[in-house]
Each structure stands twice: as C-alpha cells, then as structure tokens.
Design a protein. Structure first.
Length: 255
C-alpha cells in the first residue's frame, strides 16, 4: 500500500501470509490452526465483539486488497463475536455505534469512525465456515484448542477455492484509523477492563440499596490518557477506551 504506514496498522493476535492474497482468515473464539501461508493475507483470532472486532476492522479497511473474510472456529458464548460480525454486515450500527440485532453483551465499536465501519461493510464479503454447534457457556477457563483434521481440511479447501477467484482491490484509498484504544495488546486491554469491571460492581455488592445511586455518572479526567473517576468509590481508573468503559459500566449496573 504505497503512501500509507506499515501494515497491519494495529497490533493483535495474528500472523501474516501472502500480501497479494485478498483473503483474511478470522478464527472466532480460541481455536488454533496452521494453513499454508500462500492462501491468506492475514490470519487472526477474535474473542470479543468490541475492541477485538475494532482491531479486525481497522486492519482490513487499511488494506484495500482484502476482499474476503473467512470466519472459522467456534462461537464464543456471551460475546458472540461471530454473530456480531454477521449482524454488523446485515444491519450496521446505530447512532451510538452499537451493532444492531445481536445478542452480544457489549457490541459497541466506540473507537472507530462511522466511515471505517461502513467501509468494512462495503469492502469485504463474509465466507462463514464456523462450527455450527451452539455456543456453550464457559464454566472454567477454556484453553486454546487445535482444529481437528476435518475442520482444518474444510478451511484449507475453502481457501484453495477462494484463491482461484480473481478479485480486484477495493476501488478506494485505504482508511487509516488512529485510536489510542487500539494500540494496546489484547491481554493488557482485557486486564484493564477486567479491573474496571471490578470497580464498577463492588459498590453494588457492598452498599445498601437505599444508599446506592447507580445513576451517578463516571467522571472523565483525561480522554487522551484514558483516565476516569468512578464516583461510587472515589477511585481513579485507567481504561483503554473511555467510551467503551462507559458502555461497560452501564451494562454491568443496568442503567
């Protein structure tokens, strides 16, 4: 991509393959599979329907060569990121950047401009070969699993078929997304949001109901540095995305 920065533009859990390929492979959930690198441009994992999906979108719209997005793996219970992608493609987002018509818990693409979201919907076609079995609730930590031979064979066969399709790059310039929230590593982002969730929930567990004002809003200290004040505990928090933290708090507190 001449005239743009190095690609991919945001970090994530992915490997790069053939830069001329129009295919991106997205493993939904916690799966792992090796396939020939000449059959894809980028192959990554998606576990969440918010910042995780934002990173996928940011890397795809910054590379007009990518025209096909192959979904594989197993749905992640609660987050339902596979369902969220289908809903995004079919229904888009509302004025709050919430993906319409999805069961996903917190399906907000807060850190993407509307331009990038719509570009993603126009640029790629979904090819869904995900495991069709219903998503199961995770009672304990669910480790990464290797695809079985049948699942890997289905993916490789699909990629070889797609490789035979002559596809031109999307006929518009790359869209480069600049967002502090998308520069962190997945593990660090998850840790920050997990700690913030604890701070949102703790007052609900400790304070008597007549003394708990869940309608009290979070106070923004610095959007640039992701610093907010949780008023119920008087605690200053650092979060990867202020807007997403607000949505998370509202979801957890039912307001």
């Amino acid at each position: 991509m001449e005239g743009t920065n190095a690609w991919p533009v945001v970090s994530g859990d992915y490997v790069l393959g053939n830069e001329a390929s129009p295919v991106a492979v997205l493993i939904v959930g916690r799966g792992a599979v090796d396939v020939p690198k000449d059959l894809f441009c980028i192959k990554g994992i998606l576990k969440t329907e918010n910042i995780g999906l934002e990173k996928v979108i940011a890397n795809i719209v910054s590379n007009p060569r990518i025209r096909l997005l192959v979904l594989c793996g197993r749905e992640e219970f609660g987050h339902f990121p596979g369902e969220a992608i289908h809903a995004l493609m079919a229904h888009g987002v509302d004025e709050h950047k919430r993906i319409r018509n999805t069961r996903s818990a917190i399906p907000f693409l807060c850190d993407l401009p509307f331009e990038a979201i719509e570009r993603f919907r126009q640029q790629v076609e979904l090819v869904d070969i995900m495991d069709a079995s219903p998503a199961k609730e995770i009672a304990a930590y669910d480790p990464i699993y290797e695809f079985d031979e049948e699942g890997r064979g289905r993916l490789v066969s699909t990629l070889r078929t797609l490789a035979e399709q002559p596809l031109e790059p999307f006929p518009e310039e790359a869209v480069i997304v600049r967002s502090k929230a998308l520069t962190g590593e997945g593990g660090s982002i998850a840790t920050q949001l997990h700690l913030a969730s604890d701070d949102f929930i703790t007052p609900m567990l400790r304070l008597p109901s007549d003394g708990l004002n869940t309608g009290m809003g979070m106070v923004l200290v610095s959007e640039e540095f992701g610093v907010v004040l949780e008023p119920l505990r008087g605690k200053v928090l650092t979060v990867p995305s202020v807007e997403l933290a607000l949505r998370l708090r509202s979801y957890l507190m039912g307001v």
